[in-house]
Design a protein around this ligand. Structure first.
Ligand code: G3P
Length: 218
């Protein structure tokens, strides 16, 4: 399973990257706005930090021409740039065009299996179903991941499924059990994944008992 980090915060990206388990980055306009920095400054910082991993950057236009114009500008910034496009009619057309011309896309704001099917048919490299936002309105987000995976595998589409809108470690666990390709995870949840109270207690005991070991070589 690949781990992406869902943030535009460069400190969080650096900390996650130091763990050596980071496979990519996803951003969106909300995450970029949270940094309070100019768009291009944030994007260049991120691309500089991770020049070799996919970085999803979202277009702000909603019309086909506008999306392509922005995608062209963003794609020039690095070979690892992935253009994030919302699932709309214009978005689908843009995905088809960009993928045909060798630019990778990540179709975002997916909330139904049929939206995912369309994105996969258009040839998206990545699709991002939002589990947390579905859970928020009393739908089981993970069912969507499972249905999309079944459809993808039934027909052999090449799109990688990214669990997006991840809110807690259970989303990562359930996504892994379902067999999602990627989870894009906020830094807070990445840190929660490593923690277990029994690990802390066990380590404390080992350290204490180590004191009683005679003639320690180190
Ligand atoms: O990047 C898209 C997605 O992960 C957003 O998550 O928490 O705003 O629903 P959230």
């Amino acid at each position: 399973m690949k781990f992406f980090i869902d943030t535009a915060n460069i400190e969080e990206i650096r900390k996650a990257n130091e763990l050596k388990i980071l496979d990519g980055i996803t951003t969106n306009p909300t995450l970029i706005a949270k940094t309070g920095k100019p768009f291009m400054e944030v994007v260049k910082e991120i691309l500089n930090e991770v020049p070799d991993k996919p970085v999803s950057l979202e277009v702000a236009s909603t019309d086909y021409e506008g999306m392509l114009r922005e995608a062209e500008q963003l794609a020039k910034l690095g070979d690892n740039v992935v253009i994030k496009i919302p699932i709309t009619i214009d978005g689908l057309k843009a995905v088809k065009y960009l993928e045909y011309n060798g630019v990778k896309t990540n179709v975002t704001l997916i909330f139904s299996p049929m939206q995912a099917l369309l994105a996969m048919k258009a040839g998206a490299s990545y699709i991002s179903p939002f589990v947390g936002r579905l859970d928020d309105i009393s739908h089981t987000g993970m069912e969507l991941i499972s249905q999309i995976k079944t459809i993808r595998d039934n027909y052999g589409y090449n799109s990688q499924i990214i669990i997006a809108s991840v809110r807690n470690p259970l989303h990562v666990l359930e996504g892994a059990l379902v067999g999602a390709d990627i989870a894009t995870i906020p830094y807070k949840v990445i840190s929660q994944l490593i923690k277990h109270p029994l690990t802390d207690i066990g380590l404390e005991r080992f350290l204490k008992d180590w004191e009683n070991v005679p003639e320690k070589p180190f």
